[in-house]
Design a protein around this ligand. Sequence first.
Ligand code: ADP
Ligand code: MG
Length: 706
Amino acid sequence: MREHALTSILDTPVEYVKGVGPAKADLLKKELGIYTFEDLLTHYPFRYVDRTRFYKIREISEDLPYVQIRGVLDHLEIAGQKKGKRLVASLRDETGSVELLWFQGQQWMAERLKTGTEYVVFGKASMFNGRMNFAHPDIDPVTPEFLKQQSVFEGVYSSTEKLKYKGLGSDGLRKLQRHLLQQLSQASIEESLGPELMEQHKLLSKMDAFSHIHFPESEGMLEKARFRIKFEELFFIQLRLLRLKSFRVQHTKGFLFSKVGEQFNSFFHHHLPFALTGAQKKVIKEIHHDLKSGKQMNRLLQGDVGSGKTLVALMSMLLAIDNGYQACLMAPTEILARQHFATFRELLKGIALETVVLTGSTKTKERTSILKGLNDGSINIVIGTHALLEDKVKFSNLGLAVIDEQHRFGVEQRARLQAKNSQAPHMLIMTATPIPRTLAMTFYGDLDTSIIDEMPPGRKPIQTHHYTESARLKVIGFLKQQIALGRQVYIVYPLIQESEKMDYQNLQMGYDQLVQDFPAPTYRVSIVHGKLSNEQKEQEMNRFITGETQLMVATTVIEVGVNIPNASVMVIESAERFGLSQLHQLRGRVGRGAEQSYCILMTGYKLSAESKQRMQTMVKTNDGFEISEVDLKLRGPGDIEGTAQSGVLNLKLADLAKDGQLLQLARWAAAGLIERDAELNKQENKVYITEMQRQDKNRTNWSRIA
Ligand code: ADP
Ligand code: MG
């Protein structure tokens, strides 16, 4: 019975489409991951050709995409010999004439064309021998039937060489879509959205949407089809997230942190080295409100680099301790975990708390004692890397887990940390740099959000400059000036995995050159990269921290979180090889002290348009929220770190870089639905459950990894 309810005609294997035998079906699976009717239907055109528009010959240029013209054939001949043999025709309208060329099948084509006849020609124009021409265009005589059967916008489909070879190029695929839609129009496909939403948002039916996305009757209908399909894609993601959240709120009990006690108060009144910013206060209030609500907190904390998230984490952790619980903080790298540990120790000086750090390189003896202390409750705070996730790590009573997320932990790791206690601890997730609103709503859409939108006072905005190699001497002079003022300098080299060996060579060469440009004993240079042992790394970092060295050559190991206020210049070599968020993150290593800080982006002379825009954005603004939006627009969500596993890539039509408003609409729709019927029990809402179950079943049924 249940099985039956979950099966839709859309789940029918693709071999049942007219014109697809077992062999073609096999190829469709292998080449495009198309297994079912639905997979084929959701293989949407990636663009459309406007078949309503006829260009005048005078208007044609090489810059235009495929165009359509209409004219009379006024010349036809086979020219050239052997390999140079070609069919040359000329088509004329009232504005001029163009050449049509065929290098293959000349004879066959020549027999079918007649001078003096009117034709519609469709193709891409290019210049050849000083004349505008079309090579191998589509050409059809103008007959009433031809004009009638033309769809207005014609979909163009992505395909592969193998499929093209079997007749399933764009045209072949379009034919299959036509067949399938005809088959479906007799069967009727189930609606996956309820009547209320359909009515409220004036959505096309599912069937109509599929029809018009493949064969739009007009531009308006194409827009409507797109709207319905994108809405549905975004809506179900939001519905799942909000259901997860609603389920959690109703069924997960949260530890009740009812009091603000001694540790928090003592820290707040006697140990806080500076006044909290308004934004920090606001955020701590939001967190506190959750912690004393009796519900489990799941909160995302967004704030720009240097906005003071660590302090917020620390104070939240003190609330846990005041209520008799332990707290942990998980960071993505060893360096960062140790840095947090040092910060905590400094801030908590004079407060009687047991704070430890646990990473992959913690020695056995120390590890044993830490594990014991966590288990018996004698340790209050543990800071660590993913080493915290290991099974051996058992807490006596973990009340709050903070994740310094830096885009690097997946949902799964979050869940594992949460499972450390029989009753789920409160969760606070911090991002390294702001992430765009649409991504936050999608990756963290089941969480509540707090935003620190204010920087600690007295910060001078970092000045950012972009230079090419020809300015190298000038840059060296500037660095010497800064060092003479007592400042320190980072010089960062890219280290990108595929070309690791070469990158290390570049790093080494850069270092050797630098030692010559900045000779000892006046100058001293540290170097830190991933191939050093932890002791070596720490030793080099310490030499820099204590001021023994003035320059630090490094790879992106210093990208996250490191805090050395006296370092006021960040030079980024081959800056064009870094993404925007990484550049912003790196820049955030400076500007932490009272001095004016600088970021210098060194690039090659020739830059792609996109690289240029990245550099310009960095020079123009220090605002991480703004930068994250530009980043999304430039790269698209697929390339943003951490998106790969998140399922956001399953979006076929909706685009998180462009469809922000639609996403908001979909979220409101999902929220409204859950508000009215949290369990989706009402008869008219069963359709949503059915659709989600069907989606899940399909996801597990087909092993789609070829
Ligand atoms: P991030 O949000 O990037 O993690 P941090 O927590 O590392 O930022 O804070 C950056 C720097 O700002 C640290 O040196 C920290 O001590 C300092 N800081 C944090 N809050 C304040 C404040 N309210 N006033 C002044 N300085 C602050
Ligand atoms: Mg931080």
